[in-house]
Design a binder for this molecule. Structure first.
Ligand code: DLL
Length: 434
């Protein structure tokens, strides 16, 4: 563990720290951010009403729209001369979301990322290749500072240039890697082409996140590379990577609760849900100075578990993200998440972990087509064999998810590869609604 004392704090002590920090944060935003002062006044809440961590439930929610309405710096709670870093997420629609950090925020970020990498056993002896994008995206620099804080040897290669990634991995003896799950699969494929046996390299652990992935995808990565694949989670608005991370048990992600208060709510009603129930993740930053958001609605779907983890960490675990409220596909009335389809595809075992979902509308009916790659061998096999696999996938999707889909088996490397976040869904129905 990177910080044993904090990571194993008794719950009562952790909650005492949270209460204290929450109180200070509310005071800070009330006095420094006109948007929050107005919101709290409207709700009839004064900073002195916040006494314990439970009082978080009295606070109003913050949404992505609030950040957009206050673009670029309107929600900052620190003067500009204290802001030492700015990141932004492009988003697919609308304005960028802009986030800022003070010097202390950067130190906190390095601390939570050091814990994250410590969970995967990284020490000063490791050589870590950071293949998340460096730039406005928080992935590259976030991982960089955490690894540097541990004292590992950092290779700040950023995303892309797969051939060079592989050469460096081999020549420098990289032992840990950080990138999106889709990019590591792309690298594995590249290694095959280059005649590099990636399984034989010293690489032993990877920190994968920034996009949804299933447990089956994890198994695929672990088997293909002979490494341990750790799921790491975060979002720019709250910090970037480092909000939560799996430990060696790989059974849920510990939320670094001395910095973030986590809740799960019913996305339709806003009601707070008990542990064990599935809903939308909501985070409150309790140590951030530049952008301490209150009850930020992430749109990510998960479950919180408050039972003890065998690893000894006391920080609560969240389930791996199960989808987003805004990427849920409604196919003829049935709700499905792309990650559920991914799981079925990978379970079948005869397909490659590269797929794309194409949603369209046929008259009034939603139409789902699943493109999935199969191995060269299968593709050049008899048509009958391909039809068999196609039928098997169709039946499996129907029986596990309750939807019918058309399956299109495609040749290896037909589907575009990603060096960052993969685009799994092409929803052509928007054409009709916009
Ligand atoms: O993706 C921060 C990050 C960088 C996390 C590197 C992990 C590793 P944004 O670009 O703001 O920040 O996107 C945040 O990505 O709300 C989730 O929907 C999704 N996401 C992030 N991590 C995971 C994960 C970064 N482990 C959005 N599993 C979040 C599933 C994830 N989804």
């Amino acid at each position: 563990m990177w910080n044993r004392e904090i990571e194993t704090l008794p719950r009562a002590e952790l909650e005492r720290i949270q209460s204290e920090r929450l109180r200070k944060t509310v005071e800070r935003v009330y006095h420094n951010v006109p948007f929050y002062r107005q919101k709290l006044d409207q709700a009839g809440i004064k900073p002195e009403d916040i006494k314990s961590v439970k009082d978080v439930q009295k606070l109003p929610y913050t949404t992505k729209q609030d950040l957009r309405d206050n673009y670029p710096f309107g929600l900052f709670a620190a003067p500009q001369d204290e802001v030492v870093r700015i990141h932004a997420s492009s988003g697919t629609t609308g304005k960028m979301t802009v986030v800022g950090y003070t010097k202390n925020d950067i130190a906190t970020w390095a601390e939570v990322m050091a814990r994250t990498m410590g969970s995967g056993g990284v020490t000063r002896k490791d050589i870590i290749q950071i293949a998340y994008g460096y730039g406005l995206f928080t992935g590259g620099l976030g991982a960089h500072y955490g690894a540097e804080r541990i004292g590992a040897s950092v290779i700040p290669i950023s995303g892309g240039n797969t051939k060079r990634q592989l050469q460096i991995m081999k020549d420098f003896g990289t032992t840990a890697v950080a990138c999106t799950p889709s990019y590591i699969l792309y690298m594995a494929e590249g290694a095959e082409e280059e005649g590099i046996n990636i399984k034989d390299l010293p690489l032993r652990v990877g920190f994968f996140g920034a996009e949804p992935w299933s447990d089956n995808m994890r198994k695929e990565i672990e088997a293909k590379l002979n490494i341990k694949a750790i799921d790491i989670y975060g979002l720019s608005e709250i910090m970037g990577p480092g909000v939560s991370s799996e430990c060696w048990e790989q059974n849920g992600l510990h939320v670094w609760e001395d910095h973030f208060i986590v809740e799960v709510i019913d996305p339709a009603t806003g009601e707070v849900l008990p542990y064990g129930e599935k809903g939308e993740l909501v985070f409150t930053c309790i140590t951030k100075e530049a952008l301490p958001l209150l009850r930020y609605r992430t749109r990510d779907i998960s479950i919180l578990y408050n039972d003890l983890c065998p690893c000894g960490r006391t920080h609560m675990r969240m389930n791996r993200v199960m989808g987003r409220t805004d990427d849920m596909l409604i196919i003829r009335g049935v709700n499905v998440f792309p990650s559920q389809i991914e799981s079925v595809l990978l379970d079948i075992g005869e397909t490659e972990p590269h797929y794309q979902l194409i949603v369209d509308r046929d008259g009034n009916l939603d139409d789902l087509e699943i493109w999935v790659e199969v191995s060269e061998r299968l593709f050049s096999d008899q048509v009958k064999k391909l039809e068999e696999v196609e039928g098997k996938i169709r039946r499996e999707i129907q029986s596990t998810l309750g939807i019918s889909a058309r399956i299109k088996l495609v040749e290896p490397k037909t589907i575009a590869r990603s060096e960052g976040k993969a685009k799994r869904v092409i929803d052509r129905r928007d054409v009709y609604t916009n």
